[in-house]
Design a protein around this ligand. Structure first.
Ligand SMILES: C[S@@+](CC[C@H](N)C(=O)[O-])C[C@H]1O[C@@H](n2cnc3c(N)ncnc32)[C@H](O)[C@@H]1O
Length: 319
């Protein structure tokens, strides 16, 4: 039964008993240069609530985008991702379904097929990320969507629909509020954003851009973070690219671990957080602290925490 149906009956979803939803007064953000598999091996079992995963697909975008057997390589981090997720955890994998015969390339279809055969995780949604701005094409219909495959680790996966509801427009809202069959509280909350998300891609001159070629829009990552994790939980992004996940986590009061094989992650993250005070890597600022290692990061407490999920207690702010 869904969370909303249970709440109407005054009951709670199994995942809600597993979390302590308290906003910490300071969140911690580890930013590490590392190969994804090497980073994952260092993380304890069941220590992460959400993995935002935007992998390379071997389509020769850069020298890192080149693996002779794509799915064999992907299998290593997919298995590790499942191991590090808490029982309430979620995995969101970005990708597309089109391929044009590039030798050794991968795509989301291949990942979905691997997961179906080799993983206990359940596909909760295949989200269509639809945008109106994109490249033109002459030999096929111009592409205007990408996909995000959302897997829950167990049937107790956490999902906070209320955190991402979309307000009704004023006219619809007024009409619904007059409709006696509808509950006013539900109308006020807004609607389910559905599994088709219309969010523009970043144009070349977008103010969000920090220089990474495949940077995702903040609004997409924010919706994932708000719905699939909770304040004080740990979000992991081991293909961190521009550092957008870390930035969203700072703003949404989640702890985060970001890593990338590229040494540019630090610079990108500084640009992401340029509105915050200088010297970010030296300690705490504005309710968050950034470090280049995993020491004392909540993720390292892993399993064994109350309820078996990543810690969500308040951390004393640095003075
Ligand atoms: C598609 S981009 C991610 C973009 C990111 N989601 C964003 O919005 O900025 C993939 C990233 O994976 C990194 N990468 C490629 N191979 C890797 C590996 N073996 N381990 C860790 N990072 C890797 C690349 O450096 C690149 O930044």
């Amino acid at each position: 039964m869904g969370m909303n149906a249970l709440r109407k009956r005054g009951a709670e979803h199994a995942s809600e008993r597993l979390i302590e939803n308290a906003v910490p007064c300071q969140t911690r953000h580890a930013v590490v240069q590392a190969d994804c598999c090497e980073l994952l091996r260092r993380l304890p079992d069941e220590s992460v609530q959400l993995i935002v995963c935007d992998p390379p697909y071997n389509i020769n975008l850069a020298e890192w985008d080149n693996h002779s057997n794509y799915i064999e390589w992907a299998a290593t981090w997919l298995r590790e991702a499942e191991r590090v997720l808490a029982p309430t955890g979620n995995l969101a994998i970005f990708g597309g379904l089109q391929y044009q015969g590039e030798a050794g390339s991968g795509d989301l279809l291949e990942i979905l097929s691997f997961m179906r055969k080799n993983s206990e995780m359940r596909l909760a949604n295949l989200i269509i990320w639809y945008y109106k701005n994109g490249m033109s094409a002459h030999r096929f219909f111009a592409n205007r969507h990408e996909e995000i495959a959302w897997f829950g680790k167990t049937k107790r996966y956490f999902f906070d629909l209320d955190a991402v509801r979309v307000p009704f427009d004023e006219e619809t809202k007024a009409a619904y509020l007059r409709d006696k069959r509808l509950r006013p509280e539900s109308v006020e909350k807004g609607k389910n954003p559905t599994n088709v998300w219309e969010i523009g891609r970043l144009n070349g001159n977008s103010v969000e851009r920090v220089g990474h070629p495949t940077q995702k829009p903040r609004a997409v990552v924010q919706r994932l973070v708000r719905a699939l994790s909770y304040p004080g939980s740990v979000v992991l992004d081991f293909f961190a690219g521009s550092g957008v996940t870390a930035r969203v986590c700072v703003e949404e009061h989640r702890h985060s671990v970001s890593s990338d094989i590229s040494g540019q992650l630090d610079t990108f993250l500084e640009a992401q957080l340029k509105d915050y005070p200088p010297g970010l890597f030296n300690g705490a600022a504005n309710g968050f602290a950034i470090a280049k290692d995993l020491k004392e990061h909540p993720v390292m407490r892993g399993r064994g925490q109350p309820n078996g999920v990543a810690v969500c207690e308040a951390i004393t702010p640095a003075v």
